[in-house]
Design a protein. Sequence first.
Lengths: 537, 523
Amino acid sequence: MSASAVHSLWTTAADPISKIGAPKIEYGQLSPTLIVVGAAVVGVLIEAVVPRKARYYAQLFVSVVALVAAFAAVVALAAGGYATTKSGIAAMGAIAVDGPALFLQGTILLAGLVGLFTFAERRLDPAAHGNRVDSFAAQAASVPGSDGEKAAVKAGFTTTEVFPLLLFAVAGMLIFPAANDLLTLFIALEVFSLPLYLMCALARRKRLMSQEAAVKYFLLGAFASAFTLFGIALLYGYAGSVSYATIAQVVDGTVPDVNPALADTMGNDALLLIGAAMIVMGLLFKVGAVPFHMWTPDVYQGAPTPVTGFMAAATKVAAFGALLRILYVVLPGLRWDWRPVMWGVAIVTMLGGAIVAITQTDIKRLLAYSSIAHAGFILAGVIAATPSGVSSVLFYLGAYSFVTIGAFAVVTLVRDAGGEATHLSKWAGLGRRSPLVAAVFAVFLLAFAGIPLTSGFAGKFAVFKAAAEGGAGPLVVVGVVSSAIAAFFYIRVIVLMFFSEPKPEGTTNPRSPPPPPPPQKRRRPAPPPGKAGPPPL
Amino acid sequence: MSFPLLTATAVLPAIGAIATAAVPAAQRTVAKWLALLFSLGTLALAITLLVRFDPDGDRYQLTESHAWIADFGVRYELGVDGIAVALIALTALLIPFIVLAGWHDADPLETGSTRWRPTQGFFALILAVEAMVIISFEATDVFLFYIFFEAMLIPMYFLIGGFGDRAHEHGEKVASTQRSYAAVKFLLYNLVGGLIMLAAVIGLYVVAGNFSLTEIAEARASGELDMATNTERWLFLGFFFAFAVKAPLWPLHTWLPNAMQEATAPVAVLITAVVDKVGTFAMLRFCLQLFPEASKWATPAILVLALISIVYGALLAVGQRDMKRLIAYASISHFGFIIMGIFAMTSQGQSGATLYMVNHGISTAALMLVAGFLISRRGSRLIADYGGVQKVAPVLAGTFLIGGLATLSLPGLAPFVSEFLVLVGTFTRYPVIGIIATFGIVLAALYTLVLYQRTMTGPVKPEVSAMPDLRVRELVVVAPLVALLIFLGVYPKPVTDIVNPAVKQTMSDVQKKDPQPEVEAAK
């Protein structure tokens, strides 16, 4: 057999396969996501092959480089016109590369980077047996309180797996707002949800509470995912496609070619309405809107604070991005149906979050309810269904995510002998003990409250303006009223920090911000003989 | 491009605030002098502004306009009319006195106390408030105004909540609770007012498409911009509510007595003489110009509320046992007069109201600061703890008397002119309201003179017997204020000349003419 015959045989045999066609992948346009996913895989390999002592630095290095590179890629894409003129779809229509997607990806990457630094912080917790530790459990698999856990702590284990988990979550979040068909949407949802469930369970202190939070989050989250998936199935039945564009065309009645196999169910409004409602429900769960908010306070409180901060900021950005795309791209034709429902959701979310937050005594729960109220404000912008609605929501998300991460980062700094002091009574008189920490937190609170001269005000103004222009005047009034209610509890914390006398037991171990020297006294009592290697930093 | 005088006047105290805050903790005295220096510099700029302002020129002068947030239709637009110039001058004038009067208010307490009193912060916050107040007097863009109208609450809040009188009759723990209560009450009242205004601001944008006061007012006057009657009324109410809380007008006044009682005397002056003026000023500038029809529609109700403020404030002042609370209620009564003058819709009324804002600032500052000096000597705010002070500290008693007499509008002192104008202006259109309001003056005489009689005359109380008279620093604060009270009482022309043209313009905005005297009309 000659070489050419072999060749022809080969090509003949391969012919039927080539009819399917290799998918065209625009690597350049997808580079932000690909970089992060690649780095996450490298992170997993690091866990497998790099010695334990070096893992922390290796992971940190890879993660920082990946996030910075991905952010640079986003900036390059935006500068290259993909945000404006060249915007379009990539990966065979699965991913949209346009202005909102790039903006949200940039925000998520920056939030991820800041979140990464809070993950990596090892100077706050007192050293365990001479090893500097972070907020994460020594060994996730060890039972809380067991000998195994004690041994893991004594051996100085740390859960460096959080870094690849963070990267996987970020990767999912990057795809989520850019997803341009329902299956990609669902996969992205799972890709970023699963690492979050895991990370919630990894707190070093109060491990049972942390695991409880993770179980709650996982069960409710799985439930919401199931809703979304069922909704996707129904919408596929309705439109015969999972592509956003095709579904929108079917909704509008302008679909060019009807698949004969699906002609029977196609255009069945029951499928459309129920399916759309279920998908939106899943997304509202992720943003924490009332009545799908029940998980928020427990999870925010139980999760390790760095995870809470990252989750509160980045999940909200990603989920609102996806919600915007679903409502504005897939379902604009259904506007008259979803707007009244979203009105109701926005109103109960704003009022519910703000009112319940007043009674909270734990700072993390308080911030959780505040995040619910903010979800309501953002929904007011979503409801506008105008271009200014999109831009206002994007602006709000950008402003809000950094304030949130910052606020939770401050929460990690306020400590007493038992770790983070999240009960509000411990915050009394903080302004006197650590004026800088208190001042920074006060600025974040004022931004949450939307006081002018902060980003919170600009964001709030933008969404309310968009809502008013979109004809949702009463929503603005409700929003303003709940802002006033919300202002009350933000101010309560400021009063507590600056104008209240510190409680004697709250002052046992006042921690200053990082710059002051590390607390020598606390490290001294536990000199681990033999194991006292030089501290890692 | 000419020198941006308006921006400079607002930015200088802001720079001062930052510079003062940046002074190291040990250099307390440096911070104080720096604050004084910056406030004097601002005063110099304000005087330049007074000189450069031409009362007979354009309506808005020294205007500055720059693009700012194009997406929101927001521009950085500044401009002053006579009313704004007068109030900027008042603000810039009072701040150095406030700084001087509060020279020792934020010193750390004796060793052993855990109270946290950052001196630098106190003076930086005062300058920050000054900067925000000045820019809100200058802003001709509704959004720009709103930002600073709201933002000034935050430094004010820390001033009230963070710094109280040195001594308190119930000890430090109660004092700090009451202080933070007063601060939170102040903030919540004003924040709610401001947020309701925010809804109205957004509503205005939806209706008008931009935030420029001049453009909207012009479009309204020429009929280009037509607002539905109900829309206009709702928007008016949204704006007016915020200003009425700030002013404060009965029944939204209850934060003021708490705040003034708990704050130190200089901060109380800052609240009532400076910050509250933004409320009444904004009624003139924004309510009347943007919503002339709705303003006319609401006039009867507002006049009645103002009247209640006058009488109710004065009555409650009579019954107070706490000196600072008494002055607070007196201020509520006076704000009633100012609002009545504005909404009487006569040029005497509005000129009188503007003049009243200036005079009330000076007279309250004089009375309150002297009262503060008195309180710091004895360590009590209760009137009953004093007696016979005039025998021990005659200069203090004398200046207190002049401040008090100015508050009751004695002829020959500045407030008389303005109160008279307001009453005349109201009387020509609403005689009954004018007559009832006059009783406010009688009550003012009662509360002021009783206050003076109980504290200054009579037998010398033993606790008071060793009381020192005014020190040089305190004299420097009080003497110019007293001199101004007398000067403007005899010769108010410099202020009225600046104010009157602006008032005429505002009157023409609401298309109201002064009522003709009866005799002429009968001819």
